[in-house]
Design a protein around this ligand. Structure first.
Ligand code: NDP
Length: 477
């Protein structure tokens, strides 16, 4: 799906480099040759691909064209077709394209109003709430983004405000559920326009030297151009789209679904409670660790384009929240014991996922001078050369969770998603779509990250792979 590696050139532009060779030998002479060839890439487009270029373009165009209608079909099936894919399929077979156009809700004034008020509120919190000054990782062109770590405060203020509005009968969150289709429709179009804005901004007013064009409109639009786009000096666009709009909407919608079920049935089922609690624990963990997220691939490597921004603005509020959306109309009574087992298993997975991320970041922050599972960490000192010719060193942790498999942290991530979906039991497949999607996304991501690290660290990555041979699941894969 995503086999593109971004390489920066000394003049700050980037080129998409498609990885063809896994073998990267990092002998000094070869490094110089690579550096020279990377610099040449600034002038001449690279044409080698892991998959064929045709397949790469096909997958980009497919995602661009299929994701928007999928969001609408998912909402329609969950809310209006009893969660049954077969029912939606039969409807489409009967009514064809016109039937699909008929079920696509038009963005209404109320939908735009909800989105605008929510977005403006989150933007204001991002700008105004106090927070510690945090530095992000140094970028390939030598910039170090600076952030205000006020995510947890924004999360707390958002949920307290939302629940208070409901409690004091100022705004009923069920309005959001009742206009969900229109809201998704508005988000789909609004976010596409926003991605065009990002594309134009990348061309005419990039915020830093971590920006550039591949010379190809589709790639620039899909993968983005800027790594750290900002409005003014302080308003970080990716923090807004990924964290304060996308991840925050996950929590807000989880609460909305709960309230809607309460309004419909006069009570909240234990399945809904387990689902909402686990999703809220997950999102709370995210905001607790938000500054750590600013060191991950999403922020430090993936640029602001359709892939990441449209994904966070539309895909997260719709697909990520979909198990809860399904449960609104399908309350299941699990019984206290089963509900508790699922809850505990889910919390444990979220904790392990958090601990993997924490371990890696603590290890890097202390330069390896920390304890991993009570012992001094085992590590590899990996040197690499930047495109400007500087030699740098990174430490690779080879013990703890990172000694089990190179991307073990994806296992508890997938299992946690399974545990907040399984309260829906197994009457329909659709609630499990997110788990399936996440599994594909993370397996693809592990490959993408391995390719990037292999290309960055060469023989040191090979050494890591020899020491920790499994990619994701210890002993299996
Ligand atoms: P990270 O960016 O956190 O980790 C990968 C990076 O860590 C590599 O690029 C490399 O960067 C560095 N690294 C790799 N191996 C080691 C090692 N052994 N020791 C030290 N550093 C190493 O990964 P992700 O962004 O994929 O994941 C972050 C979190 O986000 C996870 O919890 C994941 O589950 C979650 N996630 C959730 C998704 C969802 O949709 N729900 C999607 C994606 C992620 P460097 O260049 O610095 O060496």
């Amino acid at each position: 799906m995503s086999d593109i590696l971004f390489i920066y050139t000394s003049n700050g532009l980037h080129k998409e480099r498609f990885i063809i060779s896994i073998e990267v030998k990092q002998r000094p002479k070869r490094r110089e040759q690579r550096l020279r060839s990377d610099q040449k890439m600034a002038a001449a487009p690279e044409t080698k691909t892991v998959h064929s270029p045709a397949l790469t373009y096909f997958s980009m165009l497919s995602l661009l064209s299929l994701c928007p209608p999928f969001v609408i079909l998912l909402w329609y099936t969950m809310v209006n077709a009893d969660g049954s894919v077969a029912q939606t399929w039969n409807y489409l077979k009967q009514h064809g394209l016109q039937g699909f156009i008929d079920i696509w809700p038009r963005p209404t004034a109320i939908a735009w109003k909800i989105i605008f008020v929510y977005g403006a509120f989150e933007a204001a919190l991002q700008l105004l709430l106090p927070g510690k000054r945090v530095e992000g990782p140094i970028s390939p062109t030598g910039n170090r983004p600076v952030y205000k770590a006020n995510g947890m405060a924004a999360y707390f203020v958002t949920l307290v405000t939302y629940i208070s509005l409901w409690w004091f009968e100022i705004f009923n969150p069920t309005v959001v559920y009742d206009h969900l289709g229109e809201i998704y429709s508005a988000l789909i179009f609004g976010s596409l326009i926003f991605c065009v804005f990002l594309y134009i901004k990348g061309h005419v007013a990039p915020s830093s030297t971590d920006s550039g064009s591949s010379g190809n409109f589709i790639i620039d639009f899909y993968w983005g151009m800027e790594l750290y786009p900002r409005i003014g000096k302080n308003f970080d666009i990716k923090v807004f789209t990924n964290c304060r709009f996308g991840m925050m909407s996950w929590a807000v919608l989880a609460v909305t679904y709960c309230i809607k079920q309460y309004e419909l049935n006069g009570k909240v089922s234990d399945s809904m409670l387990v689902n909402t609690t686990l999703m809220l624990v997950y999102v709370t963990k995210f905001f607790w660790w938000e500054a750590g997220y600013w060191n991950t691939m999403d922020i430090a490597h993936d640029r602001a384009g359709f892939y990441i921004c449209w994904g966070c603005l539309v895909w997260v509020p719709s697909v990520y929240t979909s198990p809860g959306m399904y449960l609104v109309n399908h309350p299941v009574n699990l019984g206290m014991q089963l509900a508790l087992y699922i809850l505990v298993a889910g919390v444990l997975c979220i904790y392990i996922n958090y601990d993997c991320d924490r371990q890696r970041q603590e290890f890097r922050r202390t330069n390896g001078k920390c304890k991993i599972w009570g012992k001094a960490p085992s590590k590899i000192e990996a040197t690499y050369t930047t495109t400007s010719g500087e030699t740098k060193t990174s430490l690779l942790l080879t013990s703890g969770w990172w000694g089990l498999a190179r991307h073990f942290h994806y296992v508890p991530e997938i299992l946690a998603a399974f545990f907040w979906t399984v309260p829906a039991l197994f009457n329909h497949f659709l609630p499990y779509f997110y788990v399936v999607f996440l599994t594909i996304l993370l397996f693809d991501r592990a490959k993408r990250d391995d390719d990037r690290c292999r290309s960055k660290y060469g023989k040191y990555w090979k050494l890591y792979c020899n020491k920790v041979p499994y990619k994701i699941v210890p002993g299996i894969y």
